[in-house]
Design a protein around this ligand. Structure first.
Ligand code: HEC
Length: 207
């Protein structure tokens, strides 16, 4: 009897282990190295939303108001909680959605609508990409080609991202943790501590 239930227990444990393996999220590519659009990212870990963030030269001229939502695969999130940095095979999705005012009972502020206006992916795959990270834009057909450096993604992410080319400074549940673990990029710390040039309002009192 004891032996039987042990056998049953062992079978149940390996079934659970198999399920776990089956659900692990990793970047998947076609034979010629194009990234397949991650399908279930809405079941991953949610990191943040930005509203009308602007850091490109034409940002101020943007016609639409937009939210961006950032998701990361659960395995990478758990590894970050333990180490303060991202493991190999981390995948991030940046989903852009239209923002709307005055929908339903809403009288102030903005809500997100169903129209996805952009879909970008950032993948850590050290065997595949120079600098360890690849960038993809799924406005081009799915599967997507890795973007060349001239697209500008890598430069901004490497220079301004707080941890390992990602914008952890904007991910409220992770930034303190990265500080505790000492994994913040020294270039970011330098940038953050640099004095900002304050412009005072025209009628501000002189103090
Ligand atoms: C001028 C700076 C800049 C450039 C250029 C840029 N990004 Fe980003 N990216 C950001 C910022 C800032 C965030 C954080 C967004 C937030 O907090 O909501 C971000 C976040 C992301 C994320 C979410 C995960 C992360 O890395 O933190 C992805 C995916 C992403 N960008 C992809 C791209 C791709 C693909 C390109 C090139 C086509 C690109 N980015 C170009 C500044 C930039």
């Amino acid at each position: 009897m004891v032996r039987q239930s042990r056998t049953f227990l062992a079978a149940a444990i390996s079934a659970i282990a198999l399920c776990h393996v089956a659900h692990a999220v990793e970047p998947s590519y076609t034979a010629d190295g194009l990234l397949i659009r991650p399908a279930d990212y809405r079941e991953w870990i949610y990191l943040t939303s930005g509203l009308d963030m602007s850091y490109g030269p034409n940002a101020a001229a943007a016609k639409h108001s937009m939210f961006d939502n950032v998701f990361v695969n659960p395995e990478a999130y758990r590894a970050f909680l333990a180490s303060g940095t991202w493991p190999d095979k981390a995948i991030f999705v940046l989903e852009l959605r239209g923002a709307e005012s005055n929908v339903s009972i809403n009288k102030r502020g903005q809500t997100q609508n169903a129209s996805v206006m952009g879909f970008e992916v950032h993948v850590k795959d050290t065997a595949r990409f120079d600098g360890g990270w690849g960038f993809f834009d799924f406005r081009t057909p799915d599967p997507a080609k890795p973007l060349p450096d001239k697209a500008g993604c890598r430069e901004c992410h490497e220079k301004h991202g707080a941890v390992d080319t990602t914008f952890v400074q904007f991910y409220p549940t992770l930034f303190d943790l990265a500080q505790q673990k000492g994994t913040i990029n020294p270039a970011y710390l330098k940038e953050a501590s640099a004095p900002t040039t304050q412009t005072s309002a025209p009628n501000a009192p002189p103090y």
